[in-house]
Write a protein that binds this ligand. Structure first.
Ligand SMILES: Cc1ncc(COP(=O)(O)O)c(C=O)c1O
Length: 372
C-alpha cells in the first residue's frame, strides 16, 4: 500500500503554523534575552490560565518537572511514592532521582492508577501517590483523593500526556499539591525540543520550584539548597505560546478522530476500544486499542509493513525494566500491566489525520486480524 501514515505527524503540524512560529522565534532572537525573562513568564501565565492552576513554572523537560515536584514536596529517601506500573519509565525515574522511593502498583485496564491496588500495597512509609493521566485522560482523581485523605498522603500528578484534559471540570494537573508536565515534541502541546513545566495551586510550592530550577537560588549567588539548572528555554516558550493558541482546536480534532476510529472499529469483536471514564474530557494523546495476545505481535508487524506508524505504549511495564531490577519484582507481579503490554497497540493519531487515512489504518488492521 502506498503513503506511509506516521504515529504522529509533526511536520504537517509545523507547516500549518510556520509563519507564526518563525515570527515568535525571531522575536526571542531579537530580544537578547536568552535565559528566562518575559517570554517564559508570559507563557507561564498563559499556560496556568489554560490548565486552571495558579502557578506554572517552566522547566527544561517533563522528567525534571516530575522530579522537581517530588523534591518540592519535601519527600526524602524514607518516603514511598506510589506510581502505576504501566507508564513511561520517566514517572518512576523522576521519583528516584528526587531521592524518594518508588512503590509500584498495578493499573486498571484503562492504564490508569488502580486505587484498590494502592490500598492493597499501602504501608507505613507511603507518603505520596502519583496518578499518571496516561494516553490523554485523567485517572480517577476522586478515588485517589479519598485514598490520600484517609492516609494523610500528598497527591502529586504526572500530567505529561494530558494537556487540556479534565475531570469533572477540573484540569489535569490542578488537583494535586504539584504536577509535572512535558512538552516533548510528540505531546499534545509539544515544543521544538525538550521542555516541561510544574503546575501548582500553592504559592510556597511554586516559589520552591522556581528556586530549585535555578540552582536552588532566589537571590543571585545565594544557594540555601542544592538546586538544578532546569529552566524553560525562551525560544521554546515562544513556540509553545504559538501552539497553545491552537491547542483547544487540535484537541477537538483528536477527539473527532477518536470518535471516527470508535465507529470504524465497532464491528470488530477482537478489538477492544479505549474507554473514556465518566466525567473525563479525554484529549487522546494516544488512541490505544487492545488485541488478542496471540495475534498482537503479528498484527503490529503486518501494519508496520503496510507503512503504518503503529506502536506499543509500553512494551515492558516499569517493574520489568532493568533500571528497576533493584525493586525485586518478577513477571507475574502486576498482571494487568503485564497483560496490557502484550495486548496494546497505539494507532496513528494527530489533529491533521484524515478520514481516508483512518480508513486505511482500519483496513490494514482488519486484514491483519483475519490473515492466518
Ligand atoms: C507519563 C510521562 N511522564 C514523564 C515524561 C517525561 O517527559 P520528558 O520526556 O519531557 O522528560 C513523559 C514523556 O516523555 C511521559 O509520557
Amino acid at each position: 500500500m502506498s503513503g506511509a501514515i506516521p504515529l504522529v505527524d509533526l511536520k504537517t503540524n509545523y507547516r500549518s503554523i510556520e509563519a507564526e512560529v518563525r515570527a515568535a522565534v525571531d522575536r526571542v532572537l531579537d530580544s537578547g534575552q536568552y535565559i528566562l525573562g518575559p517570554e517564559v513568564e508570559t507563557f507561564e501565565r498563559e499556560y496556568a490560565a489554560f490548565a486552571g492552576v495558579k502557578h506554572c513554572v517552566g522547566v527544561a523537560n517533563g522528567t525534571d518537572a516530575v522530579e522537581l515536584v517530588v523534591r518540592a514536596a519535601g519527600l526524602t529517601r524514607h518516603d514511598e511514592v506510589l506510581v502505576p506500573a504501566n507508564s513511561f519509565v520517566a514517572s518512576a525515574l523522576a521519583v528516584e532521582r528526587a531521592g524518594a522511593k518508588v512503590k509500584l502498583v498495578d493499573c486498571t485496564w484503562d492504564s490508569l492508577l488502580d486505587v484498590e491496588a494502592c490500598e492493597a500495597r499501602h504501608g507505613p512509609d507511603v507518603r505520596a501517590v502519583m496518578p499518571v493521566h496516561l494516553f490523554g485522560q485523567c485517572a480517577d482523581l476522586e478515588a485517589v483523593a479519598a485514598y490520600a485523605h484517609k492516609h494523610g498522603l500528598v497527591v502529586l500528578e504526572d500530567a505529561a500526556q494530558s494537556q487540556g484534559a479534565s475531570r469533572n471540570g477540573r484540569g489535569a494537573g490542578s488537583v494535586g499539591l504539584g504536577a509535572g508536565t512535558s512538552f516533548y515534541p510528540g505531546k499534545n502541546l509539544g515544543a521544538y525540543g525538550d521542555a516541561g513545566a510544574v503546575l501548582t495551586q500553592d504559592d510556597a510550592f511554586a516559589r520552591k520550584v522556581r528556586a530549585l530550577r535555578n540552582y536552588g537560588s532566589e537571590v543571585k549567588y545565594s544557594h540555601p539548597e542544592t538546586g538544578f539548572n532546569s529552566r524553560l528555554d525562551p525560544v521554546q516558550a515562544a513556540v509553545l505560546r504559538v501552539k497553545l493558541k491552537h491547542l483547544g482546536r487540535w484537541n477537538e480534532q483528536r477527539r473527532a478522530a477518536a470518535r471516527r476510529y470508535d465507529e470504524f472499529l465497532a464491528g470488530l469483536p477482537e478489538v477492544t476500544r479505549p474507554q473514556t471514564l465518566e466525567g473525563n474530557v479525554h484529549v487522546f494523546h494516544l488512541y490505544v486499542v487492545r488485541l488478542p495476545e496471540a495475534k498482537r505481535d503479528r498484527v503490529l508487524a503486518a501494519m508496520q509493513a503496510d507503512g503504518l506508524g503503529v506502536a506499543v505504549h509500553y512494551p515492558a511495564p516499569i517493574h520489568l525494566q532493568g533500571a528497576f531490577k533493584h525493586l525485586g519484582f518478577r513477571a507475574g507481579d502486576f498482571p494487568v500491566a503485564e497483560a496490557l503490554a502484550r495486548q496494546m497497540v497505539s494507532l496513528p493519531l494527530y489533529p491533521e489525520l484524515t478520514v481516508e487515512q483512518q480508513a486505511r489504518v482500519v483496513a490494514s488492521l482488519k486484514k491483519a486480524l483475519t490473515a492466518g
